[in-house]
Design a protein around this ligand. Structure first.
Ligand code: AMP
Ligand code: MG
Length: 410
C-alpha cells in the first residue's frame, strides 16, 4: 500500500477548515490575538509639535553664531512643563523653558538642549530663569517632533491577520483605540491515551510512564493562539476513549487532538472509536517520525490523531496542526520560519519525508545544522536540545555533509 504524502495529507486536513468567527476585545485582552480588521489611525502621531529634549524653545535664527565665548542672550518668557498647553507666541529674542514631550509654542521653531546653555552644569531650578545664554547654534527644526511625523491620520498602521505584539497594543492606545476585532480563539480538545500513562503528580508504578504529551501539545496549541480544553488520559479500551470524545462533543470544540492509540497495536482503539461514530479519512502518512497520524471526523467534529511517541506527536503537530490552527485564525497557511542550512554531517534516511532534530548555528557567516543526539522518536531530550527541525524530502536516501537542507526554526 502506498502511503499518503505529507503534502497530500496536509491538504486533505486543511480543506476541512475555515477561519473561525471574530469577536471584539479590549486591548488588555488582545495580546497575541489575531486581528480580524485593518486598523487606520484616527489621529496624527505625534498629536502636536513637541520637544524631544529638556531645554529652551527658541527661533533658530536667534542662536546664529552663538559660541561659549560669545553666547546669545535670550529673555525667558514662559515655562512649559509636559502636559501644559502654551498660549504664547514666541517673538524674536525670546525663549521658553520647555521639558521633553511638552508642546512647542507658536513662533518657536527649535529647541536648544539645556546642555547647550549656561545651565548645562547646574539645574535651572524649579522656577524658570529670566534669561538664558545660548552657547551653540541650533538648526531650524532641531529637537522638535512635529505633528504627524510618525503617522498621519488615515494611514493603515496594522493589517488584518497580524498577531498583536506588545508594541502594537501601545500604538493602539496612543491612537485612542481600546477595542479591536480579533479572531475567536479556536477551541481545541486534547486527550492522551494509553494504559501505561500516569499524570505527573501521581505516583509512578512499575511499567508505567508519565504522560508528557498532554503538556507539550497543550503548550503548542496555546503558542498557536488557540484555547485548550484538557480532557485528560483515556485508557486503552473502547469505552474510555469514547467517553472522552463525547466530552469533546459536549464542549463544542472546533477540533479534537488525541495522541497515541492510532497505530497497529492490539490495543489501539482510537481509530475504532472514530469509525463507530464518524469516519476516518487516513491514518498513515509517509513521514518519519510520525507515520501513524490519523485524520477523521467524530460526530462531525474533525479529529487529528497524533502518534504517541513524544517527538512524533510534536512533529505531527508542527506539520499538520499548526497550519490548521493558522487557517482557523485567518492567517495564511504556514509553518515555522524557514531557513537553509548546511548539514554538518552525512544524514542517511529511509526515503520517507524526515524531520530531524538539529541545532542550527551561525558559523563563518553561514548557517550550519548539527543533529542533536540519537533521533529515536521517544527521545524528547534531543528535541529539547534542538532549535530546528531539518526536513529531508521524501525519496532522499542520503544527504552528504555540507549539503544545504531546509530547516524550520523552533
Ligand atoms: P502508541 O501509539 O499507543 O503505540 O504509543 C507509542 C509510544 O508512545 C509508546 O511508547 C507510548 O508509551 C508512548 N506514549 C503514548 N502516549 C504518550 C504520552 N501521552 N506521553 C508520553 N509517551 C506516550
Ligand atoms: Mg498505546
Amino acid at each position: 500500500m502506498t502511503l499518503l504524502s505529507v503534502d497530500e495529507a496536509r491538504e486533505r486536513i486543511l480543506s476541512q477548515f475555515q477561519p473561525v468567527k471574530t469577536e471584539t476585545v479590549h486591548i488588555t485582552e488582545a495580546s497575541n490575538r489575531i486581528l480580524a480588521e485593518e486598523i487606520r489611525a484616527a489621529d496624527d502621531l505625534p498629536l502636536f509639535d513637541n520637544s524631544s529634549m529638556d531645554g529652551f524653545a527658541i527661533r533658530a535664527a536667534d542662536s546664529a553664531n552663538a559660541a561659549p565665548a560669545s553666547p546669545r542672550s535670550l529673555r525667558v518668557v514662559a515655562d512649559i512643563p509636559a502636559g501644559s498647553h502654551p498660549t504664547i507666541f514666541l517673538e524674536p529674542g525670546q525663549a521658553a523653558r520647555i521639558m521633553t514631550g511638552a508642546p512647542v509654542p507658536r513662533g518657536a521653531d527649535s529647541v536648544v538642549p539645556v546642555e547647550d546653555t549656561n545651565f548645562h552644569d547646574r539645574s535651572a531650578g524649579t522656577i524658570a530663569p529670566d534669561e538664558v545664554q545660548i552657547l551653540h547654534p541650533v538648526k531650524n527644526g532641531s529637537n522638535v517632533r512635529t505633528r504627524g511625523m510618525d503617522i498621519r491620520a488615515g494611514n493603515v498602521v496594522l493589517s488584518k491577520g497580524r498577531q498583536l505584539k506588545p508594541q502594537d497594543l501601545g500604538l493602539l492606545a496612543m491612537l485612542g483605540i481600546s477595542n479591536v476585532n480579533v479572531y475567536q480563539r479556536p477551541r481545541i480538545a486534547l486527550l492522551s491515551s494509553g494504559d501505561e500513562l500516569v499524570d505527573v503528580d501521581s505516583p509512578l508504578e512499575k511499567g508505567k510512564i508519565r504522560d508528557s504529551n498532554s503538556y507539550t501539545i497543550a503548550a503548542l496549541i496555546e503558542s498557536a493562539g488557540a484555547h485548550v480544553v484538557r480532557l485528560g488520559v483515556a485508557k486503552d479500551n473502547f469505552d474510555s476513549v469514547k467517553s472522552l470524545l463525547e466530552k469533546a462533543v459536549a464542549e463544542h470544540v472546533d477540533l479534537i487532538l488525541s495522541s497515541a492509540g492510532v497505530s497497529v497495536g492490539a490495543f489501539d482503539f482510537v481509530k475504532e472509536v472514530i469509525e463507530s461514530s464518524g469516519s476516518m479519512d487516513f491514518w498513515r502518512v509517509n513521514m518519519r517520525p510520525g507515520k501513524p497520524v490519523a485524520f477523521g471526523n467524530y460526530r462531525d467534529i474533525p479529529i487529528i490523531g497524533l502518534p504517541g511517541n513524544p517527538v512524533s506527536a510534536f512533529v505531527g503537530f508542527e506539520v499538520f496542526v499548526r497550519p490548521t490552527l493558522q487557517r482557523m485564525n485567518g492567517l495564511p497557511d504556514g509553518n515555522r520560519p524557514t531557513v537553509r542550512a548546511k548539514s554538518a554531517e552525512q544524514i542517511d534516511s529511509d526515503g520517507r519525508e524526515s524531520y530531524l532534530r538539529a541545532e542550527v548555528l551561525e558559523e563563518n557567516g553561514g548557517l550550519v545544522a548539527h543533529l542533536t543526539g540519537h533521533q529515536g522518536s521517544g527521545n524528547l531530550h534531543s528535541l529539547v536540545q534542538a532549535n530546528a527541525l531539518l526536513i529531508i524530502p521524501a525519496g532522499v536516501k542520503c544527504v552528504p555533509a555540507g549539503q544545504e537542507v531546509t530547516a524550520w526554526l523552533l
